[in-house]
Design a protein around this ligand. Structure first.
Ligand code: HEC
Ligand code: HEC
Ligand code: HEC
Ligand code: HEC
Length: 164
């Protein structure tokens, strides 16, 4: 059993009481460690969701609630943390390497329910939201996973030649 996260729990509860609004680090902070995911996201409509809004609409909270819900905290569009949760506590490398600890301090596994908070009947799509199809359209994990698997399956470095 992995228990590495538990010593942090009291600290997290203490900190999280005062965190809330300030726990976003922005997509540029994820980019360094997840370049493939970042590039795929940047090509998606989520990364440009405010481009669909006029200058007036960009200040309209009714539109921002789906097109840029974190704008008041300085992160615009539908960003990494809109779906994965604020990264302040899980983004450090030693936390990210521990899947349990990451989730304990805020990493979210985005669900269909989350998509539907924005992709609902009031959004202007002509077709009803299809989770499976839509998920394929925002794929930014296949490349990440291929890279991770390649790392895991790489042959060990050759033994140094033994001196006689
Ligand atoms: C310091 C490097 C680093 C930063 C910064 C970072 N990550 Fe990670 N992340 C990792 C590592 C390492 C893993 C472990 C998996 C792997 O080896 O690819 C990981 C895993 C993940 C996973 C998969 C977790 C799982 O267990 O399935 C998600 C999702 C993720 N990161 C999202 C983010 C987001 C969103 C941000 C920005 C807020 C971010 N990461 C910032 C290094 C980082
Ligand atoms: C409930 C969430 C939600 C709200 C609120 C919302 N939108 Fe959207 N909007 C969406 C979604 C989701 C899409 C993408 C629909 C699709 O193509 O599947 C979208 C797409 C759009 C598009 C592109 C339309 C197209 O045909 O490509 C425009 C323009 C737009 N919204 C304007 C607005 C404006 C203006 C407001 C505020 C008055 C607003 N939206 C409020 C969710 C929302
Ligand atoms: C619209 C919501 C959404 C946005 C925006 C988003 N993601 Fe994701 N992300 C997902 C979903 C959903 C999955 C899991 C898909 C699955 O498991 O089938 C995922 C998976 C991942 C994974 C793979 C985890 C693994 O298992 O290896 C990483 C890494 C990741 N996202 C990082 C990012 C980063 C970095 C950004 C911003 C540059 C970002 N995501 C933006 C929804 C989102
Ligand atoms: C915070 C609100 C929000 C969440 C959560 C969200 N989306 Fe979106 N999504 C949008 C908006 C807004 C657009 C339209 C952007 C634009 O064109 O202006 C959009 C566009 C899209 C598009 C492109 C549609 C097109 O017409 O090309 C796909 C695909 C999509 N979302 C899939 C997903 C999936 C899958 C999830 C869940 C993992 C998700 N979205 C979660 C707000 C959201």
């Amino acid at each position: 059993m992995r228990t590495s996260g538990f010593w942090l729990l009291p600290l997290f509860l203490l900190v999280s009481a005062s965190a809330g609004a300030a726990d976003l680090v922005g997509p540029e902070s994820c980019k360094g460690c997840h370049p493939a995911a970042y590039t795929a996201w940047q090509l998606s409509k989520h990364a440009r969701a405010t481009d669909s809004l006029s200058e007036t609409q960009k200040k309209d909270a009714r539109c921002l609630s789906c097109h840029a819900p974190d704008q008041a905290q300085g992160v615009t569009n539908v960003s990494c943390e809109t779906c994965h949760g604020g990264g302040q506590y899980y983004a450090p490398s030693y936390v990210m390497k521990d899947p349990e600890l990451s989730r304990l301090v805020g990493l979210v596994d985005p669900s269909e329910k989350l998509c539907r908070t924005c992709h609902d009947a009031s959004s202007p799509s002509l077709r009803p939201f299809n989770f499976v199809e839509s998920l394929k359209a925002i794929d930014h994990w296949s490349a990440e996973r291929a890279k991770k698997n390649a790392r895991a399956e790489a042959p060990p470095p050759p033994e140094p030649a033994k001196k006689k």
